[in-house]
Design a protein around this ligand. Structure first.
Ligand code: SLL
Length: 147
C-alpha cells in the first residue's frame, strides 16, 4: 500500500511538430520548414526539470544529433521528408538521473484529401503526455513547489 507521505510528481508536457510548406520557395530537398518541440502543456517553463533535449534526426541531415541545452526545447530545420525523431530528455540531477526517450514521427504533409498543401495553413501534430516521477527527492519536491 501507499504510505500517506508518498508523493509523485507529474509534469504535463506536449511534444510534436509544426511544418510549413514553402510553396514557390520550395526546392527538391527543402520543401518544408519545420520545428519539433517539447513544451509544458500550458506553456510552463520546463527549464527547472529538463536540463537538455537531444533530437536525433534522419541520417540525411548534416550533424543529425542536435543538442538543445536550454529552453525552449525545440529544433527547427528544413527538409523534404517525414521520419521518426528520437527525443532524449535529460533531467537535472536532483530530478532524475535516468534520461527519458520520446519518439515523434515528423509530419509534413496533410493527412486527409480535403486539406491540400498550403503555405498559409501549417501541419501540426502533437501529443499530450505526463512525465511521472514516482519517488521524487526532497530537493526535487522543493523545486516543484516553487514552480
Ligand atoms: C523518406 N524515410 O524516404 C524517409 C526519409 C528523410 C528526409 C526522409 C533531409 C533534408 C536535407 C531530409 O529532409 N530528409 O537534406 O537537409 O521519406
Amino acid at each position: 500500500g501507499k504510505k500517506p507521505k508518498d508523493v509523485e510528481i507529474s509534469i504535463p508536457i506536449v511534444y510534436g511538430n509544426i511544418a510549413f510548406w514553402l510553396g514557390k520557395k520550395a526546392s527538391e530537398y527543402h520543401s518544408h520548414k519545420w520545428t519539433v518541440y517539447v513544451r509544458g502543456s500550458t506553456n510552463e517553463d520546463l527549464g527547472p526539470f529538463i536540463k537538455r533535449a537531444v533530437f536525433q534526426l534522419h541520417s540525411s541531415f548534416n550533424n543529425p544529433t542536435r543538442v538543445v541545452d536550454s529552453p525552449p526545447f525545440e529544433l527547427s530545420e528544413s527538409g523534404w521528408g517525414e521520419f521518426e525523431i528520437a527525443i532524449t530528455l535529460h533531467f537535472h540531477s536532483e530530478v532524475c538521473d535516468k534520461p527519458l526517450n520520446l519518439y515523434h514521427h515528423l509530419k509534413l504533409y496533410p493527412e486527409d484529401e480535403n486539406s491540400s498543401m498550403s503555405t498559409k495553413k501549417p501541419v501540426v501534430v502533437e501529443f499530450y503526455d505526463e512525465i511521472v516521477f514516482p519517488d521524487p527527492s526532497e530537493a526535487f519536491l522543493a523545486r516543484a513547489q516553487g514552480h
